[in-house]
Ligand binder design. Sequence first.
Ligand SMILES: Nc1ncnc2c1ncn2[C@@H]1O[C@H](COP(=O)(O)OP(=O)(O)OP(=O)(O)O)[C@@H](O)[C@H]1O
Ligand SMILES: [Mg+2]
Length: 365
Amino acid sequence: MSQAIDGLASEELLRRVIAVTTTTDMEALLATLPIVSENDSSFDATRAADTWNPGHLHWMPVGGDRGNAGRIKLANHPVNPLAERIVNGMEALIELHRTRELNLNSHAAPPESPRAAVGRYFGLPALDQIPKIEDKAERARLWGIAREIARGLRLKLSTVRIKGQPSFTIMIEDDGIGQSADMVHRTLLSLGSTTKGDKPYMIGLFGQGGSSAFSISRYSWVLSRRAPEALGDRKDGLGWSVIKQVFPRGRRDDYFAYLAGAPDGRVLAFEAAAADAVGMAHGTRFAHIGCDFQGVGGSSVTRNLFPALNHVLFNPMLPYELYAGRDTADPMWGNAYRLSNVKLRNSTAAVSLDKTFPPQQVTTR
Ligand SMILES: Nc1ncnc2c1ncn2[C@@H]1O[C@H](COP(=O)(O)OP(=O)(O)OP(=O)(O)O)[C@@H](O)[C@H]1O
Ligand SMILES: [Mg+2]
């Protein structure tokens, strides 16, 4: 079992993982863990069971695919992977409600679309419709519901200076359905496989979107805990791993790897009690550390995130929160909402939207 590695399931280690927000922190953490180096040729991920060094963590390719770099690097602009992660978070919130519904009635028909799911489970119309509602009390009621939902999905940007240069970290946290520890490598760290293909109320399809965030990050960490009502026979606990881009010595073919705790690719897990102690009841958290915004640095990254996300997620299924370098949240509703906002319409000043983000490539799925 992966948990058998001494000392790697303690609450103390969990607190250290959560505290990692910079590349320096991450390198310090990795230095304390028993990890077989990616340059150690005694381990071969394609023959993991035969070459595994017991009691150690090993770098395994994301998606089990040594040639994963091409697909992970597909995102054309750094904000797109962040939007992918946010959409995954919305889907995780919806999926939790769908599971609760099925637990009550296993024959309940699925919602026909993501919007229908949001209507059924959260009582919300498309967000851009809210400002158009004439009845003020009803408008305020829906706004209140939406504001509360937004607290369940958070994107947090922080900046530190390392050797004088700004270094960005993005955390994406959702209080959704989560994944059990033994499924993390087959979902959050997989490539080209999805759990959404048979669900008309989901958007995701390719099993690809979320992983693109690794391409803009020097390091990432992930924590995920399945909601109790969706656990079934699986063990409760908090799966965790670290992801990095590997440049093997003497080779040109880099790839993305995660820390595995067992030869079958499973990640390590903290006990449920440790997850409770840090306030993670269920859901998923990703930290993307040392983010590269394609050479853009300084305060423009912080300033542009609000308009960029509102642009890319124009009329999002669910609202979310943005913490752009500070402790207070901007609730994010998308530019469609902002365009139909009565306050903006009636204002004599600054009626134009602050879209400072470069044009986006539009694709249809
Ligand atoms: N926040 C999350 N909470 C729970 N599970 C998640 C979360 N994000 C991703 N997953 C799981 O990981 C899988 C892969 O996510 P990914 O975004 O790469 O693909 P997808 O959403 O299925 O499809 P697409 O590539 O179209 O986004 C999902 O199918 C889902 O099972
Ligand atoms: Mg996705």
